[in-house]
Design a protein around this ligand. Structure first.
Ligand code: FMN
Length: 288
């Protein structure tokens, strides 16, 4: 590899035109909202009892084959018991109590959700490298996922869009959303309506799961997108488990205008793509 290729390696994406088209194709666009094509299909499926029965009762069937029962763990460790309890508690909550979360609550949530687990300095062929390990695994240790937090109702923090800095454990204010107009801009992005399934009004904060797609693709080319999206899934699950541990209500949602969110968060590149959001709030008593 030539020297100039090496210098460009980290900066350039290696995605094919068809993958770039695919990434554009899967975004929700403003006109999807107006034409309601995608949303009509979703609401039709959501409101059709026959389809719902088939969805919920569907089981993958391999046909006839020998089957073996799995034994229970005889002496479960404390960690086993704790994870088992968390798994049982994990669920999506779409309604929240009017009392907003505190800064302490959201801080605890972020710590359990995405955190450093260690830092070591290694010598790799004569080069000293500081390596941070994290609770989330990442293909090639490239960590393309960037987490943003929209403070909607937490009183001790200015309302606005923040980047979560996992290394320093801080929130970096990217854009204040202190006025009604600026918050309305965010509502546009999440397509907030009074009939939405999730209670956006009482949501204390929104987590935005975004990915810097060229981070994986510069090394793994098109397959890098698979790794990046898998990583987003890991983050979503970690957020659900953190919510379960702290008994907070949370629900992921995908109906987000991606390009507008990219602009609102002032992301530096078009390949830094927001994929998903999660609404978080205090559990409503009936949801507990
Ligand atoms: C990636 C992802 C996207 C989701 N998007 C939505 C959504 O747009 N709206 C919604 O009400 N729920 C959404 N959910 C929540 C699912 O509907 C929920 O996980 C599923 O019904 C199972 O329920 P449970 O999480 O309580 O086990 C999403 C969940 C995931 C993991």
């Amino acid at each position: 590899m030539r020297q100039e290729d090496i210098l460009n390696l980290l900066a350039e994406h290696q995605l094919s035109t068809s993958t770039l088209d695919f990434l554009d194709q899967i975004k929700f666009k403003r006109y999807d909202r107006e034409s309601r094509d995608k949303f009509n299909l979703i609401s039709y499926i959501n409101s059709n009892p026959k389809l719902q029965k088939r969805i919920h009762e569907a089981c993958y069937d391999v046909g006839f084959c020998p089957t073996f029962s799995l034994p229970s763990v005889l002496h479960p460790s404390a960690a086993f018991v704790a994870l088992n309890k968390l798994n049982k508690r994990r669920k999506s909550s779409r309604v929240f109590a009017p009392e907003p979360l505190t800064l302490q609550d959201i801080s605890g949530f972020l710590q359990l959700f995405y955190t450093l687990t260690g830092c070591e300095i290694v010598n790799f062929k004569g080069t000293e490298i500081t390596k941070y390990s994290r609770n989330i695994a990442s293909g090639g240790a490239l960590y393309p996922t960037e987490i943003y937090l929209i403070n909607h109702r937490i009183q001790e923090l200015p309302f606005g869009a923040y980047r979560y800095n996992v290394v320093d454990f801080t929130l970096e204010l990217i854009k204040p959303l202190e006025t009604k107009e600026s918050m309305n801009e965010f509502y546009e992005v999440i397509m907030k309506t009074s009939t939405a399934a999730i209670d956006f009004e009482q949501t204390s904060a929104f987590v935005v799961f975004s990915s810097v797609l060229n981070k994986h693709s510069f090394k793994y080319k098109d397959f890098g997108v698979v790794l990046s999206l898998i990583e987003i899934g890991e983050f979503v699950h970690a957020a659900y488990l953190a919510g379960a541990a702290l008994e907070l209500g949370c629900c992921a949602f995908g109906g987000v205008l991606s390009n507008q969110l990219n602009q609102l968060l002032e992301l530096k590149s078009k390949l830094h793509q927001p994929f998903l959001c999660m609404a978080i709030g205090n559990l409503k008593k009936t949801e507990e």
